[in-house]
Write a protein that binds this ligand. Structure first.
Ligand code: NAD
Ligand code: TYD
Length: 344
């Protein structure tokens, strides 16, 4: 029997990286191809434990590069594609939107075209709840799969555009697809520019934590492992053409998240620094995961167990995030927060 070929794009990043490791462990009978362009967010050191496995393959490529991607697909004839590769940070999209359109919109279209040419079995497009825009603070309202797309940031607008292209390739050409829209992830190998790893890594170094605005914005946090399980389920059981929201009802204000980490590490709340709000800052995200639960998904982590596991992981793996924050990242941080936090 020929082994199924699974292409994971963005498998050197946070969620894609966790997904590659999850799949290698769970499906030794699959060939896993990790295709990644290795931008600032891509890092292969996380895969030291799996890179010698026979069924793990790494391909360095830019998903926008049609001349490389099409022949690659024709050569390997992948069965499944799980598409994570993207520019993923809202703050960066505010200062440099163009690269988000390039990778998230054009890159996705190139992959769809390649998938159409070889006739894949399933294309899973990993999207975000941010395409729905924002909710107000009424705790009884949630994003469902039928919520209209109303993206507010250049990041979410580029992701919504890619979702629409995936939808159109299904409708027009019959490409077998699913779209997943997940809430904010956290967990091992989360790049330290995002709120939770930024908070943990800076607290461990006794540094100030920048909170945008009044810290009352709400995010719905999901441990990355539970997201990986959801994507695996959608890949194998998802109904062709359907969208699935992924979230575990873990709504917290940003201030609550930061205080939880501060208390867990035994640090002082005086390390909190309220800084100028993000432009166009979405108030609240919250997912209704009923449709995915009906497919058989159930999260394993609560926010309390997940954040404890994650904090411990950052303590145990300081070498991983220290090598990241010592490089190019420092320049980004200085630019993003320079006027406020650095001068204190
Ligand atoms: P990430 O920024 O950690 O990783 C992105 C990866 O994509 C990196 O390895 C990078 O090198 C690669 N990449 C970027 N541009 C590329 C290009 N042009 N060609 C090839 N590779 C390229 O992102 P993440 O947080 O792991 O997010 C993965 C996906 O999940 C994204 O599509 C994102 O929109 C979605 N998502 C993220 C979250 C979250 O909380 N992080 C929540 C919901 C959905
Ligand atoms: P982030 O981790 O960037 O994810 P997203 O913007 O995709 O939700 O931010 C999570 C929340 O934390 C968001 O409301 C913005 C806020 N935030 C801060 O208050 N300070 C920071 O330094 C960062 C990076 C985020």
């Amino acid at each position: 029997m020929t082994r199924k070929k699974v292409l994971v794009t963005g498998g050197a990043g946070f969620i894609g990286g966790n997904f590659v490791q999850y799949m290698i462990e769970k499906y030794p009978e699959y060939e896993i191809y990790n295709l990644d362009g290795l931008t600032y967010a891509g890092d292969l050191t996380k895969h030291r434990g799996i890179e010698t496995k026979d069924n793990y393959h790494f391909i360095k490529a830019d998903i926008v590069d049609y001349e490389i991607i099409i022949p690659l697909f024709e050569k390997h004839k992948f069965d499944y594609i799980i598409h994570f590769a993207a520019e993923s940070h809202v703050d960066r999209s505010i200062t440099d939107p163009g690269v988000f359109v390039r990778t998230n919109v054009v890159g996705t279209q190139v992959l769809l075209e390649a998938a159409k040419k070889i006739g894949i079995t399933k294309f899973v497009h990993v999207s975000t709840d941010e395409v729905y825009g924002e909710l107000d603070f009424d705790p009884t309202t949630f994003f469902t799969e039928d919520t209209p797309l109303q993206p507010n940031s250049p990041y979410s607008a580029s992701k919504a555009s890619s979702d629409l292209l995936v939808r159109a390739y299904h409708h027009t050409y019959g490409l077998p697809i699913n779209i997943t829209r997940c809430s904010n992830n956290y967990g091992p190998y989360h790049f330290p520019e995002k709120l939770i790893p930024l908070t943990i890594s800076r607290l461990l170094n006794e540094e100030k934590i920048p909170i945008y605005g009044d810290g009352q914005n709400i995010r719905d946090w999901l441990h990355v492992f539970d997201h990986c399980v959801a994507i695996d389920l959608v890949l194998h059981e998802g109904v062709n053409g359907e969208v699935y929201n992924v979230g575990g009802h873990n709504e917290r204000t940003n201030l609550e998240v930061v205080k939880t980490i501060i208390h867990s590490l035994g640090k002082s709340e005086e390390l909190i620094e309220f800084v100028t709000d993000r432009l166009g800052h979405d108030k609240r995200y919250a997912i209704d995961p009923t449709k995915l639960e009906q497919l058989g998904w159930k999260p394993t982590y609560t926010f309390e167990t997940g954040i404890a596991q994650t904090i411990q992981w950052y303590i145990d793996n300081n070498a991983w995030w220290e090598q990241i924050i010592s490089g190019q990242y420092q320049k980004y941080f200085d630019k993003q927060y320079s006027l406020e936090i650095l001068k204190k």
